[in-house]
Design a protein around this ligand. Structure first.
Ligand code: F6P
Length: 538
């Protein structure tokens, strides 16, 4: 069981409130001026991987010490241990949370409920990687004996965002002869536009769904199957052109996908934490088995770091603590993720699900409504594009927006002069946000500064580095959920909309009396019905 501590009742919380009030007006530039060693004290390095700089934050030694006490008093360390031990810490679903085990290179047994999970993990990983290699090298072929040129991942949420983000992020490492596509939306435009790009005789569909019941994914998978049959004419082709990534093996079989093409995982892998499982198949096809193993190894390095490093050396814990400082003591409502890396252009979207589906909650672990702010709104875009869009508000708006600046020293493309320009913007923006510009001819040209940011500077964005980046945020999010006394691994908040969509659908499609809705929804349903039937009768 996870600890159940109301963070606001801890001594550390109260001390942090007083400390925030006492230090609110101290500008960071004064902290830098007063301490030439600030960077030395406030950065961490993981050799050959990452430099994490948190000097540009509104914190001093006392802030960090109080945040460390808050972590202690809320049982963050105990929470991490309970997760790794396989305790059913996802209590509302009565499940363990063991995605870290998927990237572990340990061979010892991992006993949960009297069962050793390790052999199954290794077996599915090796099957999945072997299949990925077979697609890459042409051992696995289409029904007409052709190699696959297009791979289409059909999935949504955690069955889409992680692999999509990672395939984009690691494009420089990808097999360029295989084009990866992702279809998620139940808006038919998504599938339609993708199908237009495909050669049916050389297309492999991966149906990625933990439950294999998700409306969007099943609608897209069924339409893709129909399209394939229309083009290839042979019902047997489904078995050759489809693979499944799922925990629901019966439903996969009923769809017509062969067991050899079905790659399983387990209910102790949350959707938004499933990139490490068979859900990672698109990434494995793109970058190969060895690349995927490096991706796992990068995450495993962070797993070890997050349990072994003391608070002041622990990068995800410092990230989490800073987030709590801004959210709960300085009133920040949002958090920006700003990768200066075009290949990471889907990173913020991926992070949104990881963070907001995990900590976007208002009941604590005692079932009580919280009296404090929990997960922030997470958002972002790659730099420098964001600079020409929303940075105005970060620099001069009324919101405090703590930001993560993410980049790599070495680019994954040959345009080195571009990279110097990119990094000059990367460094200039965080400096400008912190320093501001107080002397100016016009008040409109004054920048108050004191806008906080972290810098995550990777050596280069390799598969290992990407694995580490994702794992850093996973641990950050979990540490925050522990302090906020939340269950970070369930997602009941997405259920109501799903249920109600199933109620509205027959009302929209039918012509009988409409079910009971509010007056606005009823009128909107009637409007759609009227316009659709007019369009159909033309
Ligand atoms: O959005 C809710 C959710 O349950 C996510 O947590 C999950 O990643 C997504 O739906 C997709 O679910 P599935 O993989 O079962 O299709």
């Amino acid at each position: 069981m996870l600890p159940r501590v109301n963070p606001t009742k801890t001594k550390a919380w109260k001390a942090l409130e007083a400390h925030a009030a006492a230090t609110a007006d101290v500008p960071m530039r004064d902290l830098f001026a007063a301490d030439p060693n600030r960077f030395d004290r406030m950065h961490l390095r993981l050799e050959g991987l990452l430099l994490f700089d948190y000097a540009k934050h509104r914190v001093d030694e006392q802030t960090l010490s109080l945040l460390e006490q808050l972590f202690d008093q809320c049982g963050v360390s105990e929470g991490f241990k309970a997760q790794l031990a396989g305790d059913a810490i996802n209590e509302t679903e009565n499940r363990s949370v063991l995605h870290s085990a998927l990237r572990s290179s340990q061979n010892d047994s991992l006993m949960v409920d009297g069962q050793d999970l390790r052999p199954g993990i290794v077996r599915e990983r090796e099957r999945m990687l072997d299949f990925a290699e077979s697609v890459r090298d042409g051992r696995v072929r289409s029904t007409s004996g052709k190699t696959f040129k297009h791979v289409v991942n059909i999935g949504i949420g955690g069955s889409d965002l992680g692999p999509r983000m990672a395939v984009e992020a690691l494009k420089p490492f990808a097999h360029r002869g295989i084009q990866m596509h992702f279809v998620a939306n139940v808006d038919g435009a998504d599938l339609h536009e993708t199908l237009l790009l495909l050669d049916p005789a050389r297309t492999l569909f991966l149906v990625a769904s933990k439950t294999f019941t998700t409306q969007e994914t099943m609608a897209n998978a069924e339409a893709a199957r129909t399209w394939l049959l229309q083009h290839l004419g042979d019902p047997a082709a489904v078995a050759d052109h489809f693979a499944a990534l799922s925990t629901n093996l019966d439903k996969v079989k009923a769809f017509g996908i062969r067991p050899e093409r079905t790659f399983g995982f387990w209910d102790w892998v949350g959707g938004r934490y499933s990139i490490w499982s068979s859900i990672g198949l698109p990434l494995a096809i793109a970058i190969g088995a060895e690349g995927f193993r490096q991706f796992l190894a990068g995450a495993e390095r962070i797993d070890r770091h997050s349990v072994e490093a003391p608070f002041r050396q622990n990068i995800p814990w410092i990230m989490a603590a800073l987030g709590i400082w801004y959210r709960n003591f300085l009133g920040a409502a949002t958090h920006a993720a700003l990768p200066y890396d075009q290949y990471l252009h889907r990173f913020a979207a991926f992070l949104q699900q990881m963070d907001m589906e995990s900590n976007g909650k208002s009941l604590d672990r005692n079932g009580q409504r919280v009296t404090y702010a929990t997960g922030p709104v997470v958002w972002g875009e790659p730099g420098t594009n964001g600079q020409h869009a929303f940075y105005q508000l970060i620099h001069q708006g009324t919101e405090l927006i703590p930001s993560d600046f993410i980049a790599s020293v070495l680019p994954q493309h040959p345009l080195h002069a571009h990279h110097a320009k990119l990094l000059s913007n990367f460094l200039a923006q965080s400096e400008a946000l912190m320093m501001g510009k107080v002397e100016a001819q016009s008040p409109y040209r004054v920048f108050e500064g004191n806008r906080p940011s972290s810098t995550l500077l990777f050596d280069s964005m390799t598969p290992e580095a990407l694995g580490a980046l994702v794992a850093l945020y996973e641990h950050k999010v979990f540490a925050q959920g522990l302090v906020w006394n939340l269950f970070s691994y369930d997602q009941w908040g997405v259920e109501l909309g799903k249920e109600m969509a199933n109620v509205v659908l027959p009302d929209l499609e039918g012509d009988g009396p409409i079910g009971l809705h509010d007056s606005s929804t009823t009128a909107l349903i009637n409007h759609v019905r009227t316009l659709s039937s007019k369009a159909l009768s033309v």
